[in-house]
Design a protein around this ligand. Structure first.
Ligand SMILES: Nc1ncnc2c1ncn2[C@@H]1O[C@H](COP(=O)(O)OP(=O)(O)OP(=O)(O)O)[C@@H](O)[C@H]1O
Ligand SMILES: [Mg+2]
Length: 286
C-alpha cells in the first residue's frame, strides 16, 4: 500500500509545462506491438495533426491517452499528471467507423453526455445544461436536428454532433480522431474554423488527420507516426518530403508530381507542387 502511494506521489507532477507528455509507450494487441516505444511531447495551445498510414496506430495512440487501451509499457502525463487522473480535462471525438450509431438516443442527449463529467452521475441535467448543449449544437450548425435520433443523421452530421459533445465538455486537451473524414468541403471548413477558435482560447488539440494536402493550412504542429514516431515538432520543420516518405514508405513513392531528388535528409518542404497531385489521401481509405 505504501509503495503504491509512493509510486503515485512520484508520478504526481511530471513535465507540467506540456499538455501531453508520453514516455516509452508500447501498446500491443494479442502480443503484437502496434505502437512501439513512443516518446511524444505536445506543448499547450497547439493545433497538432497526427498523420500516418492505415494501421499506423493513430487511433490506438488516442485511446491510450484516454486509458481505453492498456499499454504494455510506458507513461502518459496530461498537464503534468498521470493521464488517468486528468480524464475530465480531455475531450474526445472518436473515429466515426468505431461508433455504434444505432443506439436509441437523440442528438441533444448525445451532446449532454459531454456534461456528465461536470455534473456527476447523480445530478440530472437541467435548463442551464440544455442551453449549453443547444449552444454547442448551434456552433456546429446542428441545432435544428436536436430531437432527431442520432441514427437518423448522415455520417457528416453525426460527426458534427460528436464535436458539439466535445465542445460542451469545456476540456483543455481535445483528442479528435479524423473529425473531417467523410464530411463535405463546407463542413470541413466549419470544423477547422471551430478547432482554430478553440486554439485561440488556449486549448490544445491533437487531431488525427488523413489529408496531407491541407496539413500546412490547418495545423501548426505535426506528429508523423507509423508504429514508431517518425518525426514530431512544429509543422514548418517536420513537414518535409523525406519525413513523409519515411512515414508512408512505398505508398508515397507512388504519388505523382514529386520533385526529383527530394527525399533525402533535410529535404525541403513538400510545398503545393508536390502535394497537389500527391494523392492527398495517402493513408486514407476514403
Ligand atoms: N481491438 C483490436 N484488437 C486487435 N488489433 C487491433 C485492435 N484495434 C486495432 N488493432 C490493430 O492495431 C493496428 C493499429 O490500429 P489503429 O486503429 O490504431 O490504426 P490507425 O492508424 O488508427 O488506422 P486508420 O487510419 O485505419 O484509422 C492495426 O494493425 C489494427 O489492425
Ligand atoms: Mg484510426
Amino acid at each position: 500500500m505504501v509503495d503504491r502511494w509512493d509510486e503515485r506521489a512520484k508520478g504526481a507532477v511530471h513535465e507540467p509545462s506540456l499538455a501531453l507528455h508520453i514516455e516509452d509507450l508500447t501498446v500491443s494487441y494479442d502480443h503484437r506491438p502496434v505502437l512501439w516505444d513512443i516518446d511524444l511531447d505536445i506543448p499547450p495551445g497547439v493545433l497538432a495533426a497526427v498523420v500516418g498510414p492505415n494501421g499506423a496506430g493513430k487511433s490506438t495512440l488516442v485511446k491510450a491517452v484516454l486509458g481505453m487501451v492498456k499499454p504494455a509499457a510506458g507513461h502518459v502525463y496530461v498537464f503534468g499528471r498521470p493521464h488517468l487522473q486528468q480524464l475530465r480535462r480531455i475531450g474526445y471525438v472518436p473515429q466515426r467507423t468505431t461508433v455504434d450509431w444505432d443506439f436509441p438516443t437523440t442528438v441533444l442527449d448525445v451532446v449532454m453526455m459531454g456534461l456528465y463529467g461536470q455534473l456527476g452521475w447523480i445530478r440530472r441535467p437541467g435548463r442551464a445544461e440544455r442551453r449549453k448543449a443547444m449552444d454547442a449544437l448551434e456552433q456546429v450548425g446542428m441545432a435544428a436536428f436536436c430531437h432527431r435520433q442520432i441514427s437518423q443523421l448522415s455520417g457528416g452530421q453525426q460527426q458534427r454532433v460528436f464535436l458539439a459533445r466535445a465542445l460542451v465538455q469545456d476540456a483543455e486537451l481535445y483528442l479528435l480522431d479524423e473529425p473531417m473524414a467523410g464530411v463535405d468541403a463546407t463542413t470541413e471548413r466549419h470544423i477547422i474554423g471551430l478547432l482554430k477558435e478553440l486554439r485561440s482560447r488556449g486549448k490544445t488539440l491533437l487531431v488525427v488527420h488523413h489529408d496531407l494536402q491541407t496539413l500546412p493550412e490547418y495545423f501548426d504542429w505535426l506528429v508523423l507516426l507509423n508504429v514508431r514516431i517518425v518525426a514530431q515538432g512544429p509543422l514548418k520543420q517536420v513537414y518535409t518530403l523525406a519525413n513523409l516518405r519515411q512515414t508512408y514508405g512505398s505508398q508515397i513513392g507512388l504519388l505523382h508530381g514529386m520533385p526529383a531528388g527530394t527525399g533525402g535528409p533535410g529535404a525541403e518542404s513538400p510545398g503545393s507542387a508536390a502535394l497537389e497531385t500527391a494523392a492527398p489521401r495517402a493513408g486514407g481509405r476514403r
